[in-house]
Design a protein around this ligand. Structure first.
Ligand code: SF4
Length: 369
């Protein structure tokens, strides 16, 4: 990555967002990923397709998301295939199947569980719309830690999150011995069952300033760069870097980013070369207006860190600034209006899946053989 930065490469990926399936065993109120017809939800990427995508894009890190990846019958082979190629794998899970499937995996410096928890018991169970989920996830975290795995928490905050409750939650997961917490505001998925509770940019910054203020001296360990945390606290006027975390799923390479599916490219090269990147991002497109999500802005923060190491070191030492004026935000008056592309995306995606033999992929054929 440093070599590519020094070489002056204009666009390159840092983390591959790999979605081997969209099917999930939860139906969270804030999720915009599982509202697909059954034929799409039943489709799977094969082991070869998953490993091939990682090699094709060349990102050093692969975040395996979904859907719930542990529902994929070959998830262990996907993970071991990626590790064989020295990819750092973060396997996202809601934790419901984690304990049951733990025997399929081995601890490795290349492997980290990324368990989804959006707050303490009450907040998380409410966010995922299923009581008991928090307790199962915490039990799975304890079991994974006892077996020597690295375990991170993936936490999304929505409007109405109380800073004091968030602070208590971060203390709880620290006491569990997790290795780090990835924290981010939710993206306002237009097809999420609950679209009322997404944060706008101003409220996101105010919330994170309060949470970070409460965190002073409490030793929370966030996985993100100090510059991204500074951005969340309102001190950086970043534009997103959507190609930094490209997404491969059952439709192909998603355009333009992990959060927004406006179409698909047949290859990583086509995604990078043929996407009209300037038509996306905050200030350019209405659907991007409130986005401050880590998969779009962490790559910007990392590139800023590489370009301005002294500034980044100062922020890392003192932490994000939590008072005083915020950095100017991107004006929204020139953004193009949102387009409704869902029906077209699903229609095109279904054609691709049918061309591959319906929901049956190489992986599912192999499994029956
Ligand atoms: S602002 Fe950037 S990262 Fe966020 S949805 Fe838009 S294109 Fe994606």
């Amino acid at each position: 990555m440093v070599a590519r930065h020094i070489r002056g490469d204009r666009r390159y990926p840092l983390v591959l967002m790999l979605e081997p399936l969209f099917r999930c065993n939860l139906a969270c109120a804030g999720c915009g990923k599982i509202d697909y017809p059954d034929k799409v939800l039943n489709a799977r990427l094969s082991v070869d397709e998953c490993v091939g995508a990682a090699l094709e894009c060349g990102a050093p890190v692969v975040s395996v998301a979904g859907g719930e990846p542990l529902l994929h019958h070959e998830i262990d082979q996907i993970v071991s295939g990626l590790i064989k190629h020295k990819k750092f794998v973060y396997l996202c899970s809601n934790g419901l199947l984690l304990e049951k499937k733990l025997d399929l995996f081995k601890p490795s410096p290349y492997f980290t569980w990324q368990v989804h928890l959006d707050g303490g018991r009450e907040e998380h169970d409410h966010a995922v719309s299923l009581p008991g989920t928090y307790d199962k996830a915490v039990s799975a975290i304890r079991a994974a830690k006892a077996r020597g795995f690295r375990v991170n928490i993936n936490c999304t905050l929505y409007s109405g999150a109380a800073p004091q409750k968030v602070a208590e939650f971060l203390d709880q997961v620290k006491a569990l011995g997790v290795d780090g917490v990835t924290i981010s505001p939710g993206y306002a998925y237009e097809r999420a069952p609950d679209t009322e509770h997404f944060l706008n940019r101003r409220n996101t910054k105010l919330l994170f300033r309060e949470v970070f203020q409460l965190g002073r001296g409490r030793g929370w360990n966030f996985t993100q760069s100090s510059m991204f945390l500074d951005f969340l606290a309102g001190n950086q006027s970043y534009r997103c870097t959507p190609w930094g975390n490209p997404t491969r799923n059952v439709f192909g390479w998603q355009r333009p980013c992990y959060l927004l599916g406006e179409g698909f490219a047949p290859s990583f090269k086509a995604l990078m070369e043929e996407t009209d990147w300037d038509s996306y991002g905050t200030g350019n497109y209405e659907k991007c207006a409130n986005c401050m999500v880590h998969c779009g802005y962490e790559p910007t923060a990392v590139l800023d860190t590489l370009s301005h190491p002294l500034k980044a070191a100062a922020v890392a030492l003192r932490g994000p600034r939590l008072d005083g004026p915020m950095a100017a935000d991107i004006p929204l008056d020139g953004q193009r209006p949102a387009r409704d592309v869902y029906a077209k995306v699903v229609e095109d995606g279904l054609k691709q899946i049918e061309a591959k033999g319906g929901a049956e992929t190489l992986g599912s054929r192999r499994q029956r053989a």
